[in-house]
Design a protein around this ligand. Structure first.
Ligand code: GLA
Length: 454
């Protein structure tokens, strides 16, 4: 499998040899499921968000970094519209469906829905572009799982990358070649199929990442649908360390949608003073003291309806659902400022300032957005008190998952030992701690022809 090494080196650097082993095993599993012939290998990386949490769906700012942990899809085009997917991880049994504009979903939470969402969006996209069927499906093998895959449910975007990698493959086999931004937008809309009203951050970083850089993304498109973004180099002399609490909350989707609803309620209420606004981003330059009087501490969905405010399109709300509108909006408003300050600090090499902003972002996520949990608090406190740490915060949607810490190179071993010890002592759990080796964005890695002997 020596042909694998050169393309893998451009993606994984020094890890290319161990990755080649992983790719070879995946190819052999593909051959035993689907037989000899051509195979295209696509990959999409997970991400860690440095700062800018729950700002994307408010058209705000984010600053994610792609991981070297990724999901692979080995794919062989079919001549019909069937998609057959198997998974290297045995707990995910095979799925099959036909591509079309209205694909019936698998049960909620099923892994197949991430692929179905991508396929349905593609069929609709091609229909809009007046490209008539026949659509082409594929036979595919998904490769996630440890140690190289994106840890699942950990706030590192494992589900979004599944949509991205399937969309990439289906677009490829159907001859649709959008640019990265178009594909990223497409993938984020495709993911609405699974019932989360998410933003665009995960798909943008998965597709547009650059090694050694964070992506500063302004999630507000201009009138031509373009996005302002900048690849900002990561600080020299520091590691981004990720510590996974191992906590997986069962209802992240429900909590997430309620946060989206609270922000939308904020926008609707602020329209009394700023009639033209569509997102919280539109009041970013207005002093907070001028916004606050319009934002109640708490209001129910039913009370909003009485005032003529309907939160359409957000699943799972009932008239009794309580929304803490003021605190949620305050988080978004302050977080956008922190992201801008963090980018300025990165550009200027001011690591201490960046670290302070991470700590402040964590406090806001905990107190105003209420997306932390006891285990994440233990991890963040342990990280923040360790030597050589500029700052630390929870990362991703919240309610479990991971923290990220900015740690001086020479302090990494002591950091790992301290955080693991304290977390173990206080929760009885062992955290998985690993360094983020930032990698490049998603794409086609290589096309291979498997012979009968492979
Ligand atoms: C999830 C969503 C993102 C973003 C984050 C929170 O990862 O997929 O769009 O909203 O949560 O910052």
């Amino acid at each position: 499998m020596s042909e694998l090494i050169p393309p893998l080196r451009t993606i994984y650097g020094e890890e290319a040899t161990s990755q080649a082993q992983r790719y070879a095993e995946a190819l052999s599993a593909f051959a035993s499921t689907y037989g000899a012939g051509e195979v295209l290998i696509f990959r999409a990386p997970g991400r860690v968000n440095l700062i800018g949490e729950h700002t994307d769906y408010n058209h705000g700012y984010v600053l994610p970094v792609a991981l070297d942990r990724d999901t692979l899809l080995l794919a062989r085009p079919r001549s019909d519209a069937t998609v057959r997917l198997s998974n290297m991880e045995a707990e995910f049994s095979p799925r099959a469906f036909t591509i079309g504009p209205d694909i019936p979903p698998d049960p909620p939470g099923d892994w197949g829905n991430y692929a179905r969402g991508a396929a349905q969006a593609l069929a609709r996209q091609l229909r809009r572009a007046d490209r008539r069927p026949p659509l082409r499906g594929l036979d595919g093998l998904v490769v996630g799982g440890p140690p190289h895959g994106v840890p699942r449910g950990a706030g590192l975007s494992s589900s979004s990358v599944l949509t991205v990698v399937v969309a990439l493959a289906l677009a490829h086999v159907n001859g649709w070649q959008p640019d990265g931004v178009t594909l990223a937008r497409f993938c984020s809309e495709a993911e609405w199929y699974v019932g989360t009203r998410g933003g665009i951050m995960d798909q943008f970083i998965a597709l547009l990442a650059r090694r050694g850089h964070a992506l500063f993304l302004d999630c507000r498109p201009d009138t031509a649908g373009r996005y302002r973004m900048e690849h900002v180099p990561l600080p020299q002399g520091y590691h981004l360390l990720i510590a996974d609490s191992g906590v997986r909350h069962g209802n992240v989707r429900g909590h997430y949608n309620r946060r989206v609803a609270a922000c939308r309620a904020g926008v609707a209420l602020l329209r009394a003073r700023f009639p033209a606004i569509t997102h919280l981003r539109d009041v970013q330059e207005v002093p907070w003291a001028e916004l606050e009087p319009f934002l109640p501490e708490e209001v129910t969905v039913g009370e909003l309806a009485e005032r003529g405010i309907e939160l359409e399109d957000v699943p799972g709300l009932t008239p009794d659902t309580r929304l803490r509108v003021r605190a949620r909006c305050r988080h978004v408003w302050t977080e956008n400022r922190r992201v801008q300050a963090a980018v300025a600090a990165l550009r200027a090499g001011q690591v201490a300032t960046l670290g302070r902003l991470l700590n402040e972002a964590h406090a806001s996520a905990r107190d105003d957005y209420e997306i932390s949990c006891p285990e994440l608090e233990v991890l963040v406190q342990a990280a923040q008190e360790a030597d050589g740490v500029a700052g630390a915060r929870l990362t991703g949607a919240g309610w479990g998952g991971c923290i990220v810490a900015l740690v001086r190179d020479d302090a990494v071993p002591a950091f790992e030992a301290h955080v693991a010890r304290r977390y173990q002592a206080e929760t009885g759990r062992t955290p998985a701690i690993f360094a983020c080796r930032s990698g490049p964005g998603a794409g086609l890695v290589i096309a291979v022809t498997l012979s009968e002997e492979d």
